[in-house]
Design a protein around this ligand. Structure first.
Ligand SMILES: NC(=O)c1ccc[n+]([C@@H]2O[C@H](COP(=O)([O-])OP(=O)(O)OC[C@H]3O[C@@H](n4cnc5c(N)ncnc54)[C@H](O)[C@@H]3O)[C@@H](O)[C@H]2O)c1
Ligand SMILES: O=C(O)CC[C@@H](O)C(=O)O
Length: 410
C-alpha cells in the first residue's frame, strides 16, 4: 500500500467531529488550513466511511469509532487527533500500519475530572442526590442519618496516573486519607500510600474512584466480587471507561444497601448523540449520580484540548514532527528552510533503510538532513533535500518495497 501527497495547505482537508471546541478551528486557520469541515455530533460507520474518503486529518472525541474498516475507507488520511485523553476508540495498530499518526491531549482535562469526582464524593457522603430528588418531588428529607463529612475519610484511587494523582492532592487538601492501587509502582504524592493490592484498597476505602484506561486487563475489573469486597456503606465513582464496572453488579449492591451511593459518568453503551435515549439499569436510583460522560467537559478543558491537539496536527502537517504521538515513532524536527522535506513511512524490516539511502546515492541527490525513528512495526525517516531534487526522490522512494506512505512537505 503506497500513497503520495504533496499538497498546498488549502487542499489539505480536515474533518472535525463531535463538537470539538472552536479553538481547534482557530489554530488550523491561523496556520493556513482553510479546508476544515466541522460536524457537531459523531457519525455512524456508514456515514463516516463516506465522508472520510477524501480527508487528510480527522479530529474526534470519545464517540467516534475509528476501526480497521474506517481506515480502509480513508486512503488519504495521514493524521488523527483525539481531542480527549482516551484513545481506546481508535484501532491504533490499523492506523500505524497505514502510516496514520494518532495524537491526543493527555493532560488538558485531568483537573476537570478530578474536581468532578471530589464534588460528587462530597454530595454522595451527604446523601444530597437522594435529598435533592425527593425535594423535587415535594419531599423533605431533613436528617443527619447517613450524612458524613469528607474530612478524615479514606479515598481509594484505582489508577494513579494523571487524573489519579491530581485527585490525590486535592483530596488530601480536604483532610482525606488517600490509598491507591496501580499496576506500576508509583511515587506517592503527599501522604498517600500505595495499597498492596486492589483487594486491600477496596477493603479500607470509604470512597473508591476509578481512573484506569480501557484495556483488556481493566475490562470488568470491578465486578460483583470486587463490589462485595468494598466496605459496607461505601461509595463507588467511575469516571474512567464504562467497560471497567459491571453495572448490573453495581445496581444489585445499591439495591441491597451495601453501597451508600455511586457516581457514574461512563457506561458500557453510551448514546451516540444528545438526541438518543440513555438507557441504564441505574436510572431511577436516587442515590446514584448519573452524568453523560462529561468528566472532562468544561469550557477550560475543551478550549485547551482544542489548542493542544490542533497544534500537534499542524506541527505534523507542517514539518513532520510526531512528538507525543500515541501510536507512532516520535521525531522532533527542526524547521527546514530552503529545502523540501520528504516523509517516508515504511515497514520496519531489514533492507528498507539501505534501499532508501541507495536512492540518494544512485541519483546524486544531496541529503541536507536525515532523521530516523522506528518501533517494532514501523520506521519513520525524514529527509531534507534540495527543492529541485524532491520530485525525483519522492518518485524513487515511493517505489521501495516495504513503503507504507511517502510524501513531501514544501
Ligand atoms: N470521564 C471523562 O470524561 C474522562 C476524562 C478524561 C479521561 N478519562 C478516562 O480516564 C482514564 C485515565 O486517565 P489518566 O489521564 O489518569 O490516564 P493515565 O494513563 O495517566 O493513568 C492511568 C493509570 O492507570 C494505571 N493502570 C493501568 N491498568 C491498570 C490496572 N489494571 N490496574 C490498576 N492500574 C492500572 C496506569 O499504570 C496509570 O498509572 C483515561 O484513560 C480515560 O479513559 C475519562
Ligand atoms: O470528550 C470526550 O468525548 C471524552 C472525554 C474523556 O473520556 C477523555 O478520554 O478525555
Amino acid at each position: 500500500m503506497t500513497s503520495k501527497t504533496s499538497l498546498d495547505k488549502s487542499k489539505i482537508k480536515f474533518l472535525l467531529l463531535e463538537g470539538i471546541h472552536p479553538s481547534a478551528l482557530q489554530v488550523l486557520q491561523r496556520a493556513g488550513y482553510t479546508n476544515v469541515e466541522t460536524v457537531s455530533g459523531a457519525l455512524d460507520a456508514e456515514a463516516l466511511q463516506q465522508k472520510i474518503a477524501d480527508v487528510h486529518f480527522v479530529g474526534i472525541r470519545s464517540r467516534t469509532q475509528l476501526t480497521e474498516a474506517i481506515f480502509q475507507a480513508a486512503p488519504k488520511l495521514v493524521g488523527v487527533g483525539c481531542f480527549c485523553i482516551g484513545t481506546n476508540q481508535v484501532d491504533l495498530n490499523a492506523a500505524r500500519e497505514r502510516g496514520v499518526v494518532v495524537f491526543n491531549a493527555p493532560y488538558s482535562n485531568t483537573r476537570s475530572v478530578a474536581e468532578l469526582v471530589l464534588g460528587e464524593a462530597i454530595l454522595l457522603l451527604r446523601g444530597i442526590p437522594a435529598k435533592n430528588a425527593a425535594a423535587h418531588r415535594g419531599g423533605w428529607l431533613k436528617t443527619a442519618d447517613n450524612a458524613f463529612e469528607i474530612r478524615g475519610k479514606t479515598l481509594g484511587i484505582v489508577g494513579y496516573g494523571s487524573i489519579g494523582t491530581q485527585l490525590s492532592v486535592l483530596a488530601e487538601s480536604l483532610g482525606m486519607q488517600v490509598v491507591f492501587h496501580d499496576v506500576v509502582t508509583k511515587l506517592p504524592l503527599g501522604n498517600a500510600r500505595q495499597a498492596a493490592s486492589l483487594q486491600e484498597l477496596l477493603s479500607v476505602s470509604d470512597i473508591v474512584s476509578l481512573h484506569v484506561p480501557e484495556l483488556p486487563s481493566t475490562h470488568g475489573m470491578v465486578g460483583a466480587a470486587q463490589i462485595a469486597a468494598m466496605k459496607q456503606g461505601s461509595i463507588l465513582i467511575n469516571a474512567s471507561r464504562g467497560t471497567v464496572v459491571d453495572i448490573d453488579a453495581l445496581a444489585s449492591a445499591l439495591t441491597a444497601g451495601q453501597l451508600l451511593g455511586a457516581a457514574i459518568d461512563v457506561f458500557p453503551v453510551e448514546p451516540k448523540s444528545n438526541k438518543d435515549e440513555f438507557q441504564s439499569v441505574l436510572r431511577g436510583m436516587d442515590n446514584v449520580i448519573l452524568t453523560p460522560h462529561i468528566g472532562g467537559s468544561t469550557m477550560e478543558a475543551q478550549a485547551n484540548i482544542g489548542l493542544e491537539v490542533a497544534e500537534k496536527l499542524v506541527k505534523y502537517s507542517d514539518n513532520g514532527t510526531t512528538t507525543s504521538a500515541v501510536n507512532f515513532p516520535e521525531v522532533a524536527l527542526p524547521e527546514h528552510p530552503g529545502h523540501n522535506r520528504i516523509l517516508h513511512v515504511h515497514q520496519n524490516r531489514p533492507g528498507v533503510l539501505m534501499a532508501i539511502n541507495q536512492v540518494f546515492a544512485d541519483n546524486g541527490i544531496n541529503v541536507a538532513g536525515q532523521y530516523l525513528r522506528t518501533d517494532e512495526k514501523v520506521g519513520y525517516v525524514v529527509i531534507d533535500v534540495d527543492t529541485q531534487s524532491s520530485a525525483l526522490a519522492l518518485e524513487k522512494l515511493s517505489q521501495i518495497a516495504g513503503t507504507i506512505r511517502c510524501r513531501v512537505l514544501f
